[in-house]
Ligand binder design. Structure first.
Ligand code: BEZ
Ligand code: FE
Length: 337
């Protein structure tokens, strides 16, 4: 059967460029023009910037065919190793610093609020909602740790009813999903803050661990003479309607990898000192005296607070770029008015 030609092939669109005799110097504007036929201004803008940077990258590095093929092979390798519980592309984004950058752009933090950190690939949606005080650990080798936390707003008022996802590795440095025989969630739970903004749970003292490094991303780190370790941490993710979603983690002071995290997640405001549980606290919470104690007061921002700050920072950044842009739905697009 004869192939149906799309209208663009016949240059039905009068604005479509003629794609003949393209060169190092004119391939970029022509690619941008042919990509600019959608009514979606944001798609057009994002694609134009992507093509500009990709083409400049090739021109600036005089990218060799072998290097380009190696890069494509690398991406194919990333795809092949992905499973339901292994996402090599998130890992790649993490080790390139892109995850932290995107989070920082999208969730700027007003003074005094809790900073964000990388989500990583090990959050799951099957963690059980546990009552305050419950244990989320099933690891007998782990060093028991009681966590006493609060969630407040930027004015210091408690925020009740916040869903807090919490996850950490076991004492061997593996998340539950990394164990082939996982039959139920472990070392993870969801807590809900009470009327005074409190939530408390029992886990284990976190340990440092290597990110998955048996795939293309691990090989890349090796070639770059980088290590693959993350400092000991516990992940937290806070969600409540009307509040900016906070993805963060707490890191233990003194960890040997605190200043060289493979995925750039550590911020000084997120580094904590563990205490030891005293007699009164042990009796109150039903844990052993002398076990580890983590105390943390988290500060959330409203969606409105974050949006306002994000728009302000975006406007300033665009002015610095000197491009003629405006914000539509809080995202930059060319200002053609
Ligand atoms: C993690 O902390 O779970 C993590 C983050 C980024 C890459 C790999 C693991
Ligand atoms: Fe982690």
């Amino acid at each position: 059967m004869a192939q149906q030609h799309p209208p663009a092939a016949a240059n039905a669109n009068a604005n479509a460029p003629s794609l003949l005799d393209l060169t190092i110097d004119n391939i970029t504007p022509n690619t941008i023009r042919i990509n600019s036929q959608s009514p979606d201004a944001r798609l057009t803008y994002v694609m134009a910037r992507l093509v500009t940077h990709l083409h400049d990258f090739a021109r600036e590095t005089r990218l060799s065919t072998d290097e380009w093929m190696a890069a494509i092979g690398f991406l194919i390798g990333c795809g092949k190793i992905c499973t339901d519980v292994r996402n090599e592309f998130i890992l790649l984004s993490d080790v390139l610093g892109l995850s932290l950058l995107v989070d920082s752009i999208n969730h700027p933090k007003p003074e005094g609020s809790t900073e964000g950190s990388v989500l990583g690939p090990f959050h799951t949606h099957d963690a059980p909602i546990l009552a305050n005080g419950a244990s989320m650990t099933s690891d007998p080798e782990g060093e028991p740790m009681l966590a006493l936390c609060t969630v407040k707003d930027t004015q210091g008022n408690p925020v009740a009813g916040v869903h807090v996802d919490i996850w950490e590795t076991d004492s061997s440095g593996h998340y539950d999903v990394q164990h082939a025989d996982r039959d139920a969630p472990s070392e993870r739970c969801v807590m809900v803050s009470d009327e005074e903004g409190r939530f408390w749970f029992r886990g284990i003292k976190p340990v440092s661990y290597p990110i998955p490094h048996d795939g293309p991303v691990g090989k890349l780190l090796q070639m770059l003479k980088r290590h693959c370790w993350r400092p000991a941490h516990v992940h937290f993710m806070f969600g409540k309607e009307g509040w900016d979603k906070l993805v963060t983690a707490l890191y233990l002071r003194g960890d040997p990898y605190a200043e060289s995290d493979a995925v750039f997640g550590v911020k000084q405001s997120l580094v904590v000192d563990l205490e030891k549980v005293d007699k009164a606290t042990a009796e109150k919470y039903g844990v052993a005296e002398g076990s580890w104690l983590l105390r943390q007061d988290f500060v959330l921002t409203t969606q409105h607070e974050t949006e306002k700050l994000r728009d302000k920072l975006a406007t300033e950044a665009l002015q610095k770029l000197g491009l003629n842009l405006k914000l539509v739905d809080h995202l930059p697009v060319p200002d053609l008015d």
